[in-house]
Design a protein around this ligand. Structure first.
Ligand code: TYD
Length: 139
């Protein structure tokens, strides 16, 4: 049996388009399925940089490419899937207990992250084997 502990899905935001340009907005508990407690962004990322490389015990996040593009490699402990973020209207929801790695950042890419909790290092699995063990223990 595969008891997945996490969930990943694409999120599409509204877009208000007129001749002055495009506007997209995000409301917590509506466009993203949690209260937004923290926002951070990655920028000035070298094109050969690898980010992420962790999972979270409780944290939920939604990632967006506000500018440029990058790849998000997802591993739920059973299956791996690659997502490419390149449209500021389309985000990637990543729940607790999902391993993620990001790479292939384009020049000038900006990754904005909405998070359901304040920063807490104790919430991280930074060791892939420990993450896999936690998934296995639940199965
Ligand atoms: P980390 O989560 O490992 O970055 P990424 O997943 O993007 O590769 O965080 C890098 C460093 O920044 C680490 O020392 C923790 C610190 N940090 C904070 O202090 N607050 C935050 O909100 C975040 C996301 C990271």
């Amino acid at each position: 049996m595969k008891k997945k502990l996490g969930e990943v899905r694409e999120v599409e935001l509204p877009q208000i388009h007129d001749f002055r340009g495009d506007l997209t907005f995000i409301e917590g508990n509506s466009h993203v399925p949690f209260d937004i407690k923290r926002v951070y962004y990655l920028y000035n990322v070298p094109v050969d940089s690898e980010r992420g490389g962790h999972a979270h015990r409780d944290l939920q996040q939604v990632l967006f490419a506000l500018s440029g593009s990058f790849r998000v490699k997802i591993d739920d402990g059973f299956d791996t899937t690659d997502y490419w973020l390149r449209d500021p209207r389309k985000g990637l929801y990543i729940s607790q207990m999902v391993w993620r790695e990001m790479d292939s950042f384009s020049q000038g890419a900006v990754c904005m992250v909405l998070a359901s909790l304040p920063f807490d290092e104790a919430d991280y699995y930074r060791d892939y084997d420990m993450f896999r063990q936690a998934v296995s223990a639940a199965n």
